[in-house]
Design a protein around this ligand. Sequence first.
Ligand code: SF4
Length: 396
Amino acid sequence: MNERAAAAPRRVVSLPLIEAASAHSGTRRRTTGRSDAIGAPAHEPPTHSPGHRHRDDRRLIDSHGRIITDLRLSITDRCNFRCVYCMEPEVRFAPATALLTPDELVLAATACVALGIDRIRLTGGEPTLHPDLPRLIESIAALGIRDLSITTNGSLASRNSMRRWMDAGLRRITFSLDAVHADAFTRMTRSPTPVEAVIDAIEAAIELGLAPVKVNAVILRGRNEDQVAPLASLARRLGFEMRYIEYMPLDSGRHWTPEHLVPAEEILALAAQAGELVPLGRDARSSTSESFRFAGAAAPGARIGVIAPVTRPFCGACSRLRITADGKVRPCLFSLREFDLRDALRDPSLRAAGASTHRRMIEDLILDAVWTKQAGHGITAEGFRQPARPMSSIGG
Ligand code: SF4
């Protein structure tokens, strides 16, 4: 958290989060105040604060009083996998000219850091497909943020590549691995990459010190719930945090139904087949994952986590913001509304106004977008609508 954000808690943290902000912003919002999204009219963005007062502080705070410090920056929509919960085999990617250039990505990140972002995760599609990845890592690391990480399917994460990313400034890595057994892995990813290649990359990342190494798996009923225990055993043996994610309605094929969901409770019962689990809670109030350690012997760093957006939503303390590879600001993963940053980044008249004026306008656009961040995803709320943009072009 940067100094200005650190100076802010007095005003925000003492009351139930959502109520406090309404008082602060002068706009009354009838919301639950609970840390879940179910009661809140999820997709009803607030009107702008009077006179854009939310811009005054120059820090990212939404109309619910949540301070946004984490940016998920998608650097490409391309991917070499076709995971069943994400992307259809016949997916069409955006034209290359529609995607932000490395300089535009860095300018967007710079504006966000100026507004208090201090953790950035590079996502995709598959970010390791980006031809300028080391240079991007270096430029973003040079912004002096607390944490720079990447989410990858691991297929291109060789030991040498990871060393190059670390030399450029990468601090952590999160892998996606939805199965241990080869046939299940191929069924989930629809990719020719052997599962062993990803497991080898995970082992190499641990040895290289890209710690803590986290591994995410999306669990779908009838597809890979039989992989939960083997994944937990792998984590226990190798020493990484295995985090299971409840399936969310963000797939491009729109196949999601509640029947496909394996709830957190059931996932944890399956993971406990690999060993008794001891709850550790959330690392931070805004963490998406509830963590557990093994009661018995396990490799250092071995943990189990569950990310349960559907049955145990965590929106009340959300600190995340997303920027898509084609330059759209998404205040929430489930936003129905996006804010176009690309045009502002490329606008010749704005650029002609000078670098600092141009950047200030970029910042104002991001501040306005964050102010409209909805209370929560509303997945289980009456009238929920799945966003038009699928996960594959939003980024994890
Ligand atoms: S991004 Fe949206 S859905 Fe995700 S935790 Fe934040 S508010 Fe909830």
